[in-house]
Structure formats: C-alpha cells, structure tokens
Design a protein around this ligand. Structure first.
Ligand code: HPA
Ligand code: MG
Length: 223
C-alpha cells in the first residue's frame, strides 16, 4: 500500500503573515504562513496512531531522532505516542536515541557524490536487534536518508521504519519514500518548527499556530 499523506498542492498559497503572530526579527524574511502549527499537530496525532497500530504492542521500540531539524517533530510525535500508550491496556516501551548528521558534497561538478558524516549522538550499537523508528523533519532528495539507512543496517536492527513530517516534490528526488509521511510539499524551501536556513528560523515560537513558513531559498535574507 502506498504511504498516505496530506498533499499540499503546488498552488497552495498559504496564509498572509499579518493574520498571525510572527517574531519581529523574522518579519521581513518570511513570505507566508504555509502549514499552520495546529495542522501539523493534528496530522502528527494521526501518524502516532498509525505507528502504534503498525508497530504492534509486543516489543519495545527505539525512536531515533535525526538532529537538528527533527527535534520538534520528534518531541510532538513521541508525546502523542506516549498518550496512546497511557490510554490502552496494550502498551510498549520506547527509548530515545539521537543522531546528528552532516551531509556534504565531494568531487567536482558532475562527478559530485553526497556523503554523510555522523557528527554526534548516541552509539548506534543501541539499535542492534531492535525495532527502530527513524524520525526526520524533511525528505528532500532522499539521499541523506538512504545513506543513513545504509549506516543503520550495519547494526542489524530487527525492523526499521522511517517517519518524516515533510516530503518534498522535487525533480532531484532519488525516489525514496518513507513509510510514514505527514505532508507532501511543493519544491519550495520551508522553515520553522525546527527546520532552518543556515541555522536561522528554528526559533519560531512553538506555541503559535504559525510557525512553519515557506520561501524560495534564493529569496531568504537571513537577518
Ligand atoms: N527546509 C529546511 N531544511 C531542508 C529543506 C527545507 O526545505 N530541504 C532540505 N533540508
Ligand atoms: Mg532533517
């Protein structure tokens, strides 16, 4: 079965910034409110339910957060999963691990190949023999996730599933699709809710319903 997701169409205009509360220091750099925070939360709640149903209740899972961009989605998703675990007679234990990756290009022009380097986090030995749920903020080309999956495979986990809040429709996609997708978004650059542009915009207020924005990368003027 193909993975279900909420599709944000190419002509989605989002919402006027002036309708929401936006931090003063970012006002000039943002274009529109793209996916309201409340919608992210509602979709995340449903992803949690799907994950809990699919993973079954019999075994513990290790939730692996891909830093830095995944941290807010990871927190919210795990809160919803924990709520389900509190409110059922069949629950499962969950532990959390973190991994920080750096992706970079090596080679010249058309011979470029992407590499990823693990630059921090827990020992991946923790994943050996476990059911693992990798949590990402966004799948863009998919190259980083394919490399991470390759890396994780070396530790022989029992089962690996990937959850990504966003998947971008981009011609540069290598065709990779995660098992769980929150939203499929147009080929635009998205910031907020821990997604950054050169480390800016991660700090949009978590409690406001307006903290995911879009802007073409070339138009962003970091403060
Ligand atoms: N926003 C933030 N980080 C990203 C994106 C994006 O659109 N694509 C890949 N990394
Ligand atoms: Mg990411």
């Amino acid at each position: 079965m193909a993975t279900d997701y909420v599709k944000i169409s190419d002509d989605e205009k989002g919402y006027d910034l002036s309708m929401f509360c936006v931090p003063k220091h970012y006002e000039d750099d943002l274009e529109r409110v793209y996916i309201p925070h409340g919608l992210i939360m509602d979709r995340t709640e449903r992803l949690a339910r799907n994950i809990v149903n699919d993973f079954g209740y019999e075994e513990p899972i290790v939730a692996l957060c891909v830093l830095k961009g995944g941290y807010r989605f990871f927190g919210d998703l795990l809160n919803y999963i924990s709520a389900l675990n509190r409110n059922t007679d069949r629950s499962f234990q969950m532990s959390v691990d973190f991994i920080r990756l750096k992706s970079y290009q090596v080679g010249q022009n058309d011979q470029q190949t992407g590499k990823i380097q693990v630059i921090g986090g827990d020992n991946l030995e923790n994943l050996r023999g476990k059911n693992v749920m990798i949590v990402e903020d966004i799948i863009d080309t998919g190259k980083t996730m394919l490399k991470l999956l390759d890396l994780v495979k070396d530790y022989e986990p029992k089962k690996v599933r990937v959850v990504s809040l966003l998947v971008k429709r981009t011609p540069h996609s290598v065709g990779y699709r995660p098992e769980y997708i929150g939203f499929e978004v147009p080929n635009k650059f998205v910031v907020g809710y821990a997604l950054d542009y050169n480390e800016f915009f991660r700090d949009l207020n978590p409690r406001l319903p307006n903290d995911t924005f879009t802007k073409y990368a070339s138009e962003i003027k970091p403060p």
